[in-house]
Design a protein around this ligand. Sequence first.
Ligand code: SIN
Ligand code: CO
Length: 385
Amino acid sequence: MEVNVFLREFWQKKPLFIKGGLKNFSSPFSENELAGLACEEGFESRLVIEQGKVPWELKSGPFDEDTLTSLPKNNWSLLVQDVDKWVSELSELKSFFRFVPDWRFDDIMVSYSPQGGSVGAHLDHYDVFLFQVTGKKRWSIESKARQKGDDAFLSGIELRQLERFEPDHEFILEAGDLLYLPPRCAHHGVTLDPGMTFSMGFHAPSYRELLKAHLEYCISQIDEDERLSDPDLQQAHHPAEISSATLQKVSLLLKQLSSAYEGLPHWLGVLLSSPKGQHSGGYGAVPPSQPYTWEACERELRSCPYLTRDESCRMHFIEQEHGLLVFVNGIEMMCPTNFLNFVRLISGSYVIEGNQVLDEIRKEPSCREFFLELLNQGYFYWNQE
Ligand code: SIN
Ligand code: CO
């Protein structure tokens, strides 16, 4: 299916099952290796055991080997969040979904479950592509997104499972199949043959997040000693009353104070490029042990053909009339407009040819310092293969 047809007919509108949508992809890690990730510090992992100590027992990782080897034979799921931030081989899979702008992408969550494994019927506030990588899973879905507020959860369990679930479609996903679900479409997956599901999650900022960032910017523009003034004060009808004139005055003032939009590209770029959730402090691109000089960098660019962008690096840009705003993991860098081609190159793919970097720097030598700064913060590394 063509991308524009998908966007017009399905994106944020209705579910789509794509048989064999990614049939040539194979996972860069095995199910055992996924279990290994769930034992590591730094990964957010969960186990859902249908008949655990309590019904639908929820456990948070990191796990020890004993926990994972003493699980019941069936009816559980292991889920690991943000796997794409560590596994560079997933960049090809991420690239497949880049018809959606990078700022909407959140993470790849990987689940493994034996037969009967499930997390129950629920809904997500994300757009998600569920990709069956190995095994087989049955998905029952409600094809219409739920209204806001229509999501009463079952009480007495830790998981947010829906009290009422009325599926109208069912799909069996086998290796290579994809199911797109818009936000708030209730769904319930049950594993038929053991295997892994990759969930490509696309996040959008909430109204609260947007307004908070906007208002924080407006507040930063206001002198802290400025106050409500009332040289036009009228004698009070009743001393305890807050008059309608006061309400009107405050309402007008608030409109004026919150109308500072010149900061929008700056705070929006910072907000959309910031790592999310528990990783808001960053995943930690690792700076090189010895900062690169330009000579050393140039040598590497010549001898190692490929440069990889750190998996955790969220890089966006906004073109303005008099400059270019570049955002890397929540940090804003102001660049001249003539950096545009260079910035397009280094943010355009996850693996970049060293030669192309050299070419662009030859054309625009002032990009050199900018690139060195990113390199020395650990946002790029050489792919030794
Ligand atoms: C799963 O992989 O089984 C759960 C994914 C989801 O429903 O969001
Ligand atoms: Co879900």
